[in-house]
Each structure stands twice: as structure tokens, then as C-alpha cells.
Design a protein around this ligand. Structure first.
Ligand code: CA
Length: 235
């Protein structure tokens, strides 16, 4: 749609120096940038301005980034890139029903941040529209790309956006082993060597949510695959 219009990125960060350099780099790359310093301002901004992407710091003065993320997710699937100062927070951010799309650990290279913002936005544009009615099945598991719905039998399972994409990618290549780097590139769009732990964390969440219906098999030292299965329903 709005091709000529710059995409808006909302930065939620109370450390002014980080907010301003991130904002500088994103502006230089052609994005419209808004900056707020608290969680409540972020929620207001999301409601009035509908940004294309949010860069959200985990440590905010009024409420933590996880809570902000959770509240945003009640109303929109806008992509969220989380910033964290500690590596241990990664499981929390990517996992639990929080639904962030990606994260970066401070200190980070601002160019890498811009690269990730670009790739997240590229992935979130509705390229999937062509696969509108596509459905894949594996045993009791049914994944519907058009509705972005996952069901096990008659039960609907809520997956975060990247969990869904990862599951789809693996199902779409059933029988083939995909390495963590390949998955990062296909699902997250990184063209550089990324942090492959993101993939493991997402796989863990998918398994937790799908339980026995999870079709994902770990191939030691290589990556993941979905075993070719009994019930297959192409397109
Ligand atoms: Ca902070």
C-alpha cells in the first residue's frame, strides 16, 4: 500500500543517549521515528499512531517491557524488537506468551539494529497473501497460513508470530533438515550470522504449546526437521 510513505518506528527507551542514537540511525535509513521514555506513553502512542514497528527496552521506569509487550499484543501484532541488558532475559522475552519478534542485547551495533528492523518489516509485509488458503497438516496438527491459525484436533493453539513462521517453514520442508542459520535467515530474514539461540528458544516454545502434537525433531549438531508424515494435505 503506502509505498511513498515512510514507515514509523516507535522507540521506547528511557536512556536518552540510547534512544537518540537509535533514532538517529533509523532516521538516516529513512524511517519516521517517535521516541517515548515510559511504558504508559508507549501504550498511548501505539493506540493513536499505529507504528509499523516498536523498539522496546526491557527496563523502563514505570512498567517493564514484558508487561508493555503483553498489553500491546492484546490489540495488535505490530512487530516488536526488544532491547535487553542481560542475556538471561532472552528466554523470557522471546518465550512465555509475550510475543516479541526479536531481541538485541546491549551494547549493540546500531547498524545491526537497523538491519534487523528492515528485515522484520520486510517479513511482516503481507507477502503471505498469495498463500491465502494454504493449509498444512501433520497428524492431528493443522496449520492454516491464511488465518494464521494452529489447531491440534479441535483445539486452537496460540502461537506467537515467529513461532508460527518457524513451524510453517519446517512443515513446508518436511523431511529436510534445516540448520539454525537457515531458519534464522528464512524466518527472521537475517543475512548475516545471527544469534541462533533465538531458534532454539522458539522451538522450545512450540513444543511446549503443542505438546505431543509437535512435529519438530532435533537433529543433533545440525538443526531441526519435521519428519515426513502420514497425513499430508497440500494446498
Ligand atoms: Ca532502560
Amino acid at each position: 500500500m503506502a509505498t511513498g510513505k515512510a514507515k514509523t518506528v516507535l522507540i521506547v527507551e528511557d536512556e536518552a543517549s540510547i534512544a537518540s542514537f537509535v533514532s538517529l540511525y533509523l532516521r538516516k535509513s529513512g524511517y519516521d521515528v517517535r521516541t517515548v521514555a515510559t511504558g504508559s506513553e508507549a501504550l498511548t502512542q501505539v493506540a493513536v499512531d499505529a507504528p509499523s514497528l516498536i523498539v522496546l527496552d526491557l527496563m523502563l521506569p514505570d512498567m517493564d517491557g514484558i508487561e508493555v509487550c503483553r498489553r500491546i499484543r492484546r490489540t495488535t501484532e505490530v512487530p516488536i524488537l526488544m532491547l535487553t541488558a542481560r542475556d538471561e532475559d532472552v528466554d523470557k522475552i522471546i518465550g512465555l506468551e509475550v510475543g516479541a519478534d526479536d531481541y538485541m542485547t546491549k551494547p549493540f551495533n546500531p547498524r545491526e539494529l537497523v538491519a534487523r528492523v528492515k528485515s522484520i518489516l520486510r517479513r511482516s509485509t503481507p507477502e503471505r497473501a498469495q498463500g491465502e488458503s494454504e493449509q498444512m497438516q501433520h497428524g492431528d496438527l493443522v496449520v492454516d497460513a491464511g488465518r494464521r491459525e494452529v489447531r491440534v484436533g479441535s483445539e486452537e493453539i496460540q502461537l506467537a508470530p515467529k513461532e508460527f513462521d518457524l513451524l510453517w517453514e519446517l512443515l513446508d520442508h518436511r523431511g529436510l533438515v534445516l540448520t539454525r542459520d537457515q531458519l534464522l535467515e528464512r524466518v527472521w530474514g537475517y543475512t548475516f550470522a545471527g544469534d541462533t539461540r533465538t531458534v532454539d528458544v522458539h522451538v522450545r516454545q512450540i513444543r511446549r504449546k503443542l505438546g505431543d502434537a509437535s512435529p519438530i525433531v532435533t537433529v543433533w549438531g545440525v538443526g531441526y526437521k519435521v519428519s515426513p508424515d502420514r497425513a499430508t494435505a497440500p494446498a
